[in-house]
Design a protein around this ligand. Structure first.
Ligand SMILES: [Zn+2]
Length: 219
């Protein structure tokens, strides 16, 4: 089980590169080991080209290394805090993707002005507090904003994006979609004021996308 997750989490890091969400060694993906108080996360400071399943680090939910030759990502405390407080979460992703981080730098949530946003995020993508790396402050901010929120993404002020999902893959998808809509809404803003979508239409779009759309067996 852990070996499979090492492979999956390692492979998902390539998606961050493929979608142009990360520079140098910034960004990280983690996945919770199903049924265990453990998660697999990227090692700290290793370049994306050099990541291997064996270099992934297994941590407990306090962020202590259980298995791995490398130090875990410097964002491990934030991932651990999320897993401790949101048991439904199976994956966490962090990036400094350009457009989403530009919204974060302004401390502004992304308004729901695209049907794709209503589908994926169920409304706006919220802004979280300014928090310094190291302790539990980032994790606390993520959990406070995303608990009970439809959005799987939060823009941490002056920092970047954290996303959650039922799996590491779902959290990566949320990070990709977050950057995509952040870019489009930004471009729209340059042309004028984007039109909001009525709340009942947002609700209908979200419900349809989450419950009806796509191949249900693959969700
Ligand atoms: Zn960061």
């Amino acid at each position: 089980m852990i070996e499979q997750l090492r492979e999956a989490v390692c492979g998902l890091h390539a998606e961050l590169v493929r979608y142009n969400l990360v520079a140098w060694t910034a960004g990280n993906v983690s996945g919770r080991v199903p049924g265990e108080d453990l998660f697999v996360i990227k090692p700290s400071g290793v370049s994306y080209d050099d990541l291997t399943p064996a270099s992934m680090v297994v941590c407990d939910l306090e962020g202590n290394v259980v298995d791995g030759a490398h130090a875990p990502s410097s964002d491990t405390a934030a991932h651990a805090y999320v897993y401790r407080h949101m048991p439904e979460v199976g994956g966490v992703v962090h990036t400094h993707s350009t457009y989403a981080s530009a919204w974060a730098a302004r401390g502004e949530s992304i308004p729901c002005v695209l049907t794709a946003m209503a589908d994926e995020f169920g409304g706006e993508i919220p802004i979280g507090p300014f928090a310094l790396i190291g302790g539990d402050d980032i994790g606390k901010g993520i959990v406070k904003v995303l608990s009970g929120h439809r959005s799987p993404a939060v823009l941490m002020q002056n920092h970047g994006v954290f996303t959650i999902g039922a799996s590491a893959k779902a959290a990566v998808k949320a990070a990709v979609m977050c950057e995509d809509v952040a870019r489009t809404v930004h471009v729209s803003r340059q042309l004028g004021e984007p039109l909001p979508i009525r709340q009942d239409d947002v609700d209908r779009l979200y419900d349809r996308y989450q419950n009806v759309y796509g191949q249900r067996s693959s969700r």
